[in-house]
Write a protein that binds this ligand. Sequence first.
Ligand code: F3S
Length: 293
Amino acid sequence: MKVELAKMAGFCFGVNRAVDTVYEEAKQFSPVYTYGPIIHNETVIDDLEKKGVQVIHSLEEAKELTEGTIVIRSHGVTRREQEELTADGLRVVDATCPFVKKIHKLVQEYSEKGYYVVIIGSGDHPEVQGIVGWSDETRTSVISTVDEAQNLDLKPWKKVCIVAQTTFNYNKFQELIEIIQKKGYDSESTVDKDKKFVVHNTICNATKERQEAARELSGRVDAMLVIGGISSSNTRKLYEICSEKCRNTYFIQTKEDLENSDFSRFDYVGITAGASTPNNIIEEVQKYVRNEF
Ligand code: F3S
């Protein structure tokens, strides 16, 4: 059996930076908290817990703390959360990925200039909730589907700014932009020449590179393994992409999920992993597949 790892897989720059930050803080300070799980990976969370790092989930929990360091994870937080965490007198270390920070700045800037902001992404994802919190929420929509793009009513707005969740699927982003443009909201539109329509493709390259590598590999193999946390949206998207190309695509969290599967019928197995999957888990899966099937 041939086993191949996608050219780009696993931890991205932003997650790597945030995880390293927490490990560094835990070496020097105590107590250390992360505002939400630092990544969607239970193995890493458990390891950090052993090093004295606890996860808090809300401003209310933060307000009960009298001392300590809070690390903001790569997803970022809302403006209100950032301000209130700092005001509580705790030490706040901001490990928001710089690419997410850039989106915060964009939506803040365009909101202040009077633009209506459209965020293409999943409204229930913490990164998107954080981004919404830097815009004028009364003039912001979050959309992720064709139906939502078609139903978006932008007629009352002269100026519209569109950004994307960093992990959003690139092709789907383009599809949704086209739908909105066809509705006549393009700045070139004859419907309303005054309308300003600004699109910022804020999808992170790390995501695109992983998605392209996964698409390419899943088109060549008999079976594809996608490794990542069950609640990791970028891993779910990799799974979606691979499933389109390879019908034997499996979503696993660790090698333990493979223990009752029979892969012996496959000659060629591909592996990819979400941006929050540590290298040691990818290596374990690779080793397991090579040795066991
Ligand atoms: Fe940042 Fe891109 Fe990772 S936005 S957190 S480097 S996926």
